[in-house]
Write a protein that binds this ligand. Structure first.
Ligand code: AMP
Length: 231
């Protein structure tokens, strides 16, 4: 497996896997990369929620698992991604986000892609220490009146604890409380690391320091992937 930039003109479309915990900046990088390379951003949770909202057979099949907060069975999840990858929007390639989430899913996806003559080209792992992630997420505050969001470190209100627009007392989302964030990370991180390990064996992982600025992380990714592959 080569370590050279891979975004050169090639017949093989660019399928990337973006890995990162809550607060690592994965969504931000996904939208930048999607614009830069003309890739479709396939985020598993969003796809399932859209299927559920649209009442499709897939959404109905996924419903009970989602409501229980469990993983949807692999066959359904893989079928959903293969269907998304077959759409014209994915002609230039795709950014997979939230899938594969376990080594079992990774192996099943590798086999399914290989049968179609494809593969994940690179795995971008945005890495941030747990305590930094907790601080990032737990520092978020929102105005219950106008929904303006603030952050203790980067975007604090002029009058501490009050909205700049309407003076309402700011609140923290239940999901953003430090102990909730820690519990979420404890559950999320070990399988994520196992997936990265799995692709490490194929030599296709780029580990990125997610404590840097958004721009620096993007730069580091572009340095790995190379020039644009899509117009
Ligand atoms: P998320 O927004 O990533 O937390 O995902 C919301 C829900 O979608 C999860 O609780 C699962 O039920 C389902 N889901 C998301 N990603 C996967 C996946 N890779 N495999 C199976 N189910 C998933």
């Amino acid at each position: 497996m080569t370590d050279a930039p891979i975004g050169d003109a090639t017949a093989e479309r660019l399928i990337l896997l973006l890995v990162g915990a809550v607060g690592a900046g994965k969504g931000t990088q996904a939208s930048i990369l999607s614009r830069e390379f003309g890739l479709v951003h396939l985020a598993s949770g969003n796809l399932f929620r859209a299927a559920l909202a649209a009442g499709t057979p897939l959404g109905e099949a996924a419903r009970e698992y989602m409501e229980r907060g469990e993983l949807v069975p692999d066959e359904l999840t893989i079928a959903m991604f293969m269907e998304e990858l077959a759409r014209p929007a994915a002609d230039a390639g795709a950014i997979l986000d939230g899938f594969p989430r376990t080594v079992g899913q990774a192996m099943a996806l590798d086999d399914t892609l290989a049968a179609a003559g494809e593969r994940i080209r690179r795995v971008l792992s945005i890495e941030v220490p747990t305590e930094v992630l907790v601080r990032r997420v737990a520092g978020r505050w929102i105005c219950p009146q106008c929904s303006t969001t603030y952050h203790e470190d980067t975007d604090s209100p002029n009058d501490p604890g009050r909205c700049d627009r309407d003076g309402t007392a700011l609140r923290q989302r239940d999901d953003d409380r430090p102990e909730v964030v820690r519990a979420r990370l404890d559950k999320q991180v070990p399988p994520m690391l196992a997936v990265v390990e799995h692709y490490e064996r194929a030599g296709i992982v780029d580990r990125l320091d997610g404590t840097q600025s958004i721009e620096a992380v993007t730069e580091a990714i572009l340095a790995r992937i190379g020039p644009r592959v899509a117009s």
